[in-house]
Design a binder for this molecule. Structure first.
Ligand code: BES
Ligand code: MN
Ligand code: MN
Length: 459
């Protein structure tokens, strides 16, 4: 049993300061989807860089065509594995603002939670690793292995910069294992290690009809309505049984392992409670699969927004010139978003009603991620999480996506550890996003253990 008492004392003494530092970062509205927030994104990048530099790490800001990447590293430790921590300092837009109980960029602690946009996704979670590395450097003067940080500012909006820089920073990325805290525990009081994330393929579809809006009385019945054409296309894309109708869509889908099914059946999960939590009358999805299987390991299609036509007050009788939809497919191993684009193109060419034209805009995508749940790093991570959260973690997959991770894994050949400190009901991307204050501290504590248990202690 290793002695963490000096580190723990340091963490205890710095609880207030660790919270204040997170508040500082949360006050910066670093919204990557908002082109007017360029300065704020740069400010957040600089904040993270300065924090790491002040702790004694070698740091760099890597500029690109968008928010800069923050890179940092501690000293190399020969004979020991290299860990790369990935995270993101950008956040989702905060609207609708009127649904927030306190302003999104004025963090507060309420009911044991840190409430602010980015608290759980991902500033709070990401900062746990920064704080633990700084604690090691202060208390122990060195880490038992080399830790590198790559913190980007565009995760919520396509990771363009990182994608473009991936080849150029290959040597910086070189590592044995990638550690990421940007997901969730299984439930309150039940930490988890995630070994699978879904991929995503995101699009906008526009259905174009008449060259201008038409009076629907004079012209209705004589032309195809783009809204109805769009609705038909969307409903034909997924059957009521939850099967996606793109040609060849399921060809590369890896079926769920029987052992995984058995393991997930052992997790405590109630469909009724989940439906109540979400405020729906019942759960629906692909037939033949449980709710956890549908969310973690089966592909799906969702509509995120409908565009065009009359959206104002009262009635306006038009046949809109065009209408559109934002849609995405969640993908599972081994589906490839590029392949899905081709399949979608073919589907659209076969399902476009006469009299309209369909335009497909490919917004972004990324493959799913699978980690080896039995790797030696996983054993070390299990131990670290168990000590940090004082409960043995369970192994889960998650439905969300961190699109760049598959490419990082491919580029480095490293294992990946998805150590989520959040909770399902944190409201990521939603109003009143929160992060449990104690989970912030437990995350920092687990992270201090992580460096120790990932190091090779046999020598
Ligand atoms: N942190 C999430 C990903 C996540 C969410 C992982 C829940 C596990 C559980 C990340 O910031 C995110 O929101 N990703 C987006 C990607 C999209 C913007 C391309 C997602 O999953 O929708
Ligand atoms: Mn995130
Ligand atoms: Mn997110």
């Amino acid at each position: 049993m290793t002695d963490f008492s000096a580190l723990d004392r340091h963490l205890q003494d710095n609880r207030q300061s660790h919270l204040e530092q997170l508040f500082e970062l949360l006050r910066i509205p670093s919204i990557s989807a908002d082109s007017s927030k360029k300065a704020e994104l740069e400010m957040a990048a600089k904040w993270v860089k300065d924090k790491l530099a002040a702790g004694g790490l070698h740091t760099e800001l890597i500029p690109g065509d968008g928010p800069p990447l923050v890179y940092a590293e501690t000293k190399a430790v020969p004979g020991q594995p290299v860990v790369l921590v990935y995270g993101h300092y950008d956040v989702q837009p905060a609207d609708p603002l009127e649904l927030w109980n306190t302003p999104p960029f004025e963090p507060v602690v309420r009911g044991g939670n840190i409430v602010a946009r980015g608290s759980t996704d991902d500033k709070g979670q990401m900062l746990t690793h920064v704080q633990s590395v700084l604690a090691w450097l202060q208390v122990e003067k060195a880490l038992p292995l080399q830790v590198k940080f790559l913190i980007e500012g565009q995760e919520e909006n396509g990771s363009q910069v990182l994608q473009e820089k991936l080849a150029a920073i290959q040597s910086k990325l070189a590592c044995d294992v990638i550690a990421i805290s940007d997901s969730s525990q299984y439930a309150p009081g039940q930490p988890a290690i995630t070994y699978g994330l879904r991929g995503i393929a995101y699009y906008e579809i526009r259905v174009h009809g008449p060259k201008a809006d038409l009076h629907s009385g004079s012209f209705g019945g004589a032309v195809t309505n783009p809204g109805l054409a769009l609705a038909r296309i969307l409903t034909e894309m997924k059957t009521p049984d939850g099967k996606i109708q793109l040609p060849g869509f399921y060809d590369s889908v890896v079926e769920i392992d029987e052992s995984e099914r058995a393991m997930w059946k052992g997790l405590n999960f109630s469909d009724e409670q989940f439906a109540t939590q979400l405020g729906v009358s019942e759960l629906t999805g692909e037939v033949g699969y449980s709710t956890l299987e549908r969310r973690w390991a089966r592909p799906t299609l969702d509509v995120h927004g409908l565009l065009g036509g009359y959206q104002g007050e009262g009635g306006k009788t038009i046949i809109p010139s065009w209408m559109g939809a934002k849609i995405s497919f969640r993908l599972v191993p081994n589906q490839d978003p590029k392949q899905v684009t081709l399949q979608l193109q073919q589907f659209l060419s076969e399902h476009t009603p006469p009299g309209v034209r369909v335009e497909l805009i490919d917004l972004h995508g990324g493959r799913g991620v699978m980690a080896n749940p039995h790797s030696k790093f996983m054993q070390g991570a299990m131990q670290a999480v168990q000590e940090g959260f004082e409960t043995k973690p369970v192994l889960i997959r998650e439905g969300g996506s961190i699109p760049i991770v598959a490419q990082m894994v491919e580029a480095t050949g490293a294992d990946v550890l998805l150590l989520g400190w959040g909770l399902d009901d944190d409201g990521a991307h939603s109003p009143n996003e929160k992060f449990c204050l104690e989970d912030y501290y437990r995350g920092i504590r687990a992270s201090t253990r992580l460096w120790h248990y990932l190091a090779n202690r046999s020598s």
